[in-house]
Design a protein. Structure first.
Length: 270
């Protein structure tokens, strides 16, 4: 008889983990308990998926916006104007980072892509590009012309105006804020030669293009909080990439040393 059931997924509930909890010893016991309660069999080649959040939490991999400020200030070498390119529109993923950046400089220039960021959060409906005969690879807008052309920007699901939010964050943390709306990363070099690229999947391309076209100091999110420290969290490979808000002034970074963790846990499970 052929098999009629394919992959089956079980969501396993766990306690709330804290710093220094030993996941390698805790998770196998939790998994065995779940299998006994729900009466499912643990078999070779089963997959145990673990969220990055609990790994980072047990590592205590946290940092504050003031840690971001200090590290960025050091890497800017005295520059007081900072341009940011293509940040995503997210209170959870970017707003706290922006606060730390603003603390480190006197002026922040933010270049936003349009009609949406790289993960699909829209500043305005895409059909407006066609209705207004706008070529998104050529047209550049400042804050005033952008609003006059497309109207007030509101996220379609949350109603959040991210332009207003990001401007308020920068100004509340002591810096001047300017926006430019363009999809060619080179546009930002007309405003500043000191750039922190905030895109994720295209970050290497953006850095290379900026360096080849006159950028003087080009950093990425992966260049901030990427050095070993006993004062705060860090990630040597990803820096601020993958971080998210933990509190009003604190972020949780992407976990470190993930491959050794997975290898040790696999040995324990086996």
């Amino acid at each position: 008889m052929t098999r009629s059931v394919g992959t089956v997924a079980w969501g396993v509930r766990t306690p709330i983990f804290s710093k220094n909890d030993d996941l390698i010893n805790l998770l196998p016991d939790i998994l065995i308990q779940a299998s006994q309660e729900a009466n499912f069999e643990l078999r070779d080649r089963d997959v145990l998926a673990i969220t990055e959040s609990i790994v980072a939490r047990t590592q205590g991999n946290y940092a504050s916006i003031y840690d971001i400020e200090k590290d960025l200030r050091k890497k800017l070498n005295g520059h007081k104007t900072l341009a940011l390119t293509f940040p995503i529109l997210s209170r959870n993923r970017f707003a706290s980072l922006l606060a730390g950046f603003a603390l480190a400089v006197d002026e922040v220039i933010i270049q936003l892509s349009y009609p949406a960021d790289e993960v699909g959060n829209h500043l305005f409906p895409s059909h407006l590009l066609f209705e207004k005969h706008i070529n998104p690879w050529q047209e550049v807008f400042d804050e005033q012309t952008f609003a006059a052309t497309f109207g007030k920007s509101k996220h379609p699901f949350t109603g959040m105006d991210y332009i207003e939010l990001y401007k308020n964050i920068v100004e509340q943390h002591g810096a001047k804020c300017t926006f430019v709306f363009a999809n060619d990363v080179r546009e930002i070099l007309n405003y500043s030669k000191v750039v922190l690229t905030c895109d994720i999947h295209t970050r290497h391309q953006s850095k290379q293009i900026l360096k080849e076209n006159g950028g003087e100091l080009i950093l990425g999110l992966d260049d901030i909080l990427n050095e070993v420290s006993d004062q705060h969290g860090y990630n040597p490979e990803y820096g601020l990439l993958g971080s998210n808000k933990a509190s009003d002034t604190e972020i949780k970074l992407f976990p470190r040393d993930c491959q050794p963790f997975v290898d040790h846990l696999a040995q324990k499970l086996y």
